[in-house]
Design a protein around this ligand. Sequence first.
Ligand code: ZN
Length: 295
Amino acid sequence: MPLLPSKELLNWAEKRNVAVAAFNFNNYEFLDAICRAAAEMELPVILATSEGAIKYMGVEVIRGMVESSIKRYGITASLHLDHGRSFETILFAIRHNYTSVMIDASDKPYHENVRLTRKVVEIAHPLGITVEAELGVLAGEEDEISAKESIYTDPYQAQRFVMETGVDMLAVAVGTSHGAYKFKGEPRIDLTRIRKIRELTGIPLVLHGASGIYEEYARKLGMEDAKGVPDAILKKAIEFGVRKVNTDTDLRMAFKVGVLETLREYGGIDPRKYLGRGREEVHKMAIRRLKVIST
Ligand SMILES: [Zn+2]
């Protein structure tokens, strides 16, 4: 099957009251592990690259790897640009066959965010490309995206934003943050806010910074203070209208655990030995996340 617009995957999720998992990848090992997991679970998946990932791999390589991987595994997938910061980046992704783009102008004033998002919708929709935008600010760091303080999404402003832009899905700030250190005390997600935004906008919502940061991995990496979104809370958020859940940090942590554990015992120089073990861990984590998010 060719790459589909994310919208078709979101419709699939809508019917089942689940979400689609969006996984970020930065190399072949991650991509292969994610696609194999999706095939084994018989679930659709959004393959996401940030601007940083495009810089690292090269857009032609990404496209080639993605197209051949989905064919190899026979999976239903879309290729998504995560956190596109400018109109130029969006055009670049569209020119290179991305079927889904995120325009992130959430750090700009409201009217500027509306203007830029609408401009992206106007060019993307006639081409059948799905558009995600963000309203509110998530704290934390992810590639070149960083913010100290979070600003929660206002439900009424979200309603206006969706009407004014015609965007397909909306990333909301409801207490999650990018990176591995999401909460100082108890994890707090504003579920009431999610429900309200969903009620007023009626469109699929997106949760960024949604990794679980599982304890056994955090411990192995000496990241004891790391804290993520517990599976049970994530499930609730999905029940209330989240239809796309982003996962990056969990995969990164799993990969590092696999590589480190191999290198501790393996004295050789064959990269397939330790990268392959990293890939196995990413695969295991992708399965675990797919179970929570899409079933
Ligand atoms: Zn994000």
